[in-house]
Design a protein around this ligand. Sequence first.
Ligand code: PGA
Length: 254
Amino acid sequence: MNKERKLIIAGNWKMNKTVAEALDLIRDLKIELANVKEVDLVVCPPFTALSEVSRAVLDSNLRLGAQNMSENNVGAHTGEIAAVMLKEFSVRYVILGHSERRQYQKESDALIAKKALAVHAAALKPIVCVGETLAERQAGHTEEVLDTQVRRSLAGLSKEQMAETVLAYEPVWAIGTGTTATAAQAQEAHAFIRKLLAHMFDEAVARRVRIQYGGSVKPSNARELMSLPDVDGALVGGASLEARNFADIVKNSI
Ligand code: PGA
């Protein structure tokens, strides 16, 4: 596939996989995806598996991501994980503002913006998630919601930092539901976000930023979604938990 930006496909394992299960999955992914160079590949295991998985991916084309990070560097923050701790395990990417965290942990755009700055300060790359709910889409508010989330979640980033940030457009109604955005819906939202980035930063930054689509990506819909001009990869939940599915998504995207 001839794309303007290199595709980045990340598996968001969420709260799945013990260490033993994680290592099984990595072993299979390394076999299935050994020859893939055309796509940046990222796996985001739970924190408890990062140490072992970081060793297991050392000799591979798989890069490591975390699913969240504290906005603070150190200290009295029970249950939180700091950037320096992630760096010990060669983590490169950090998912921020996933809709599940926005919903269940009540993470705000302002908090996500602080986290994004902390991720950059540690020379890691954030994957910042945005997306509307079904009610918001049905009420015709998709663009307004995206506008607010993108502006506020990226507040304070420099142009250089933005160029190294990955965005993930994940319509909440498509996450884990089996319902995927249509190609037209995905392209429209991605183009809207890119135009907004040009406005907030500049054209060159907007052209560089990779915007992943997320929400029920599977082998059968990956090719069409990844072929869209403003879709630069995928953030994959359920289908990333099984090596064959994730590998087929990657292979169908090339
Ligand atoms: P899904 O999840 O692929 O299971 O819909 C995507 C995500 O939440 O990132």
